[in-house]
Design a protein around this ligand. Structure first.
Ligand code: ZN
Length: 507
């Protein structure tokens, strides 16, 4: 302890705690807005959230925080890299730099453009009006390039955008990884397309809501999502949100004629929530108290949703319970038919409805288009046609319109062009690598899952990943957990084994 470090550190922690609590309050307002708030409350709520956010911004970007961080720099430099204080100071410095390098005038210009873009998208999408939306997208791309320039020294213009969601990840690292994935997935999809089509009509029979709700919560609780420190509510677009480590909420939507939609959404969000609930309490009130990146977060939601939730073993144990709840719909359906239906592979136009095998191709198409545009190799006006061309090439499908083409996702039109989509595929790739490491450490996991027990897996993930919060950046975390750098092979092996057996083909 030198240079009066402990006193400055204590002062910094008091300030960070205040910001942490204000962020928790914003999260409660947002959660209520998306679940219980009457429509009439929208304007007032929007203002409350904006007011609090501006308070948070000015508190966090205050020169005092910068001074404390500077003052604590010698203390940090003397610590081992994986000392908790070193991690706290590193992450706080990173957040502080990101928050202070972008001028306030730019932030409000981008925010105004984002709401205008959203409104234009909401008009353009139903009418397939590419001409209406493209000028907005031109401006978005311009804003994103300007944003990147606030972080000089980058190798690729998309790097600072990616870094905001997936710290340390770069185009140089991701491009070859995704290209390899694409080149392996495309033929897999083509092979499966030659197999008899799986009939999933059984998932669209009548499944009254109350049982769906109770069954989803039962499974989430069995996974280890702690309902004493969480809870589920209904919403339109499911999400997970944390107010603190000890209050992490999930949301879902239920359709009485789509059994898989609500159930797997609950399991997906439970994965996100268990990550947040599992963060070590010593990090409470600091910027370390959250998941470390979009990709690692998504690895946990996808692991629990797909690798566990859509596994044959899990349903060996739980399918009889589900049949007992819905004897009319499922009484005469054998387990294997149900298992095939929830894992049906079919190239489609819509990303959010895609299965495990085709999903990443949807993401890779967006990632590649973003890079081409940001590099100036593709004009914004040519996106709609290039979109169709890549869907044809990678997935063998063609959209008759733009609504189910480049206008389907809101992200680009809210200002997020570049830096967002990669997290979804990173999540799947990481999930494959992490799950393989879990199975290597505890070969009994599949047998336990088939008996309805998840504690070994949940405990291992908590110790290896959840408890560390944001202490390690994604690449370092993957290396520590799996003993290897980030790689696509375990994920590809998982897909080949599972879907090869399911479709009776060699993939
Ligand atoms: Zn997710």
């Amino acid at each position: 302890m030198t240079n009066g470090a402990p006193a400055a550190l204590a002062e910094l922690k008091v300030r960070l705690q205040e910001i942490y609590d204000l962020n928790g309050a914003v999260a409660v307002l947002y959660w209520d807005e998306s679940t219980h708030m009457p429509e009439g409350g929208a304007a007032g709520r929007g203002r409350q959230i904006a007011t609090l956010q501006s308070v948070i911004h000015s508190k966090f970007t205050a020169p005092e925080i910068g001074r404390l961080l500077d003052q604590l720099e010698p203390y940090r430099a003397a610590l081992a890299d994986d000392h908790d204080d070193a991690a706290l100071l590193r992450v706080s410095r990173r957040d502080y730099d990101r928050a202070t390098k972008v001028p306030a005038a730019f932030v409000s210009e981008a925010a105004l453009h984002s709401s205008a873009g959203y409104e234009a998208w909401a008009k353009a999408r139903p009418t397939n009006d590419a001409a209406l939306i493209l000028p907005f997208l031109e401006k978005t791309v311009d804003l994103r390039r300007r944003y990147a320039d606030f972080f000089p020294g980058y190798q690729h213009v998309a790097d600072p955008l990616i870094d905001g969601n997936d710290p340390g990840m770069t185009v140089a690292l991701l491009r070859p990884l995704f290209a390899r994935l694409r080149d392996e997935l495309s033929p897999m999809v083509a092979t499966i397309a030659t197999c008899p089509v799986v009939d999933d009509e059984l998932l669209h029979r009548h499944y009254p809501e109350a049982h769906q709700w109770a069954f989803g919560e039962k499974l989430a609780a069995a996974y280890g999502y702690d309902f004493n420190r969480g809870g589920q509510a209904k919403t339109r677009h499911p999400f997970c949100v944390n107010f603190s480590i000890d209050d992490v909420r999930i949301t879902t939507r239920i359709d009485e004629h789509d059994l898989a939609g609500g159930l797997f959404s609950t399991l997906h969000e439970s994965g996100h929530a268990m990550y947040e609930q599992g963060v070590g309490h010593q990090y409470s009130g600091t910027p370390l108290a959250s998941g470390t990146s979009s990709g690692v977060h998504e690895s946990q939601s996808r692991l629990w949703e797909n690798m566990v939730g859509r596994s044959h073993g899990l349903w060996q144990h739980y399918y009889p319970d589900l049949q007992a709840l819905y004897p009319d719909a499922l009484g005469d359906i054998p387990l294997d038919n149900f298992y095939k239906a929830i894992n049906k592979v079919q190239p489609s136009l819509i990303r959010t409805e895609a299965d495990e095998v085709t999903y990443n191709l949807h993401v890779i198409i967006r990632f590649e288009l973003e890079l081409d545009v940001l590099e100036g190799k593709l004009a914004v006006r040519d996106i709609p046609e290039e979109w169709h061309a890549r869907y044809q090439k990678y997935l063998g499908v063609h959209s008759p319109d733009h609504r189910n083409g480049f206008l389907q996702d809101v992200h680009w039109f809210q200002g997020d062009f570049g830096g967002g989509f990669q997290g979804y595929t990173l999540g799947n790739v990481m999930a494959g690598q992490i799950y393989a490491a879990a199975l290597a450490a505890h070969p009994s996991i599949p047998t336990e899952i088939a008996a309805g027990h998840f504690a070994t897996l949940k405990h291992w993930l908590t110790q290896e990943i959840y408890t560390h919060g944001r202490k390690y950046e994604p690449a370092e975390l993957i290396q520590r957990v799996t003993g290897r750098p980030l790689e696509v092979e375990p994920y590809l092996a998982y897909l080949r084994t599972k879907f090869g057996a399911l479709y009776g083909v060699t993939l």
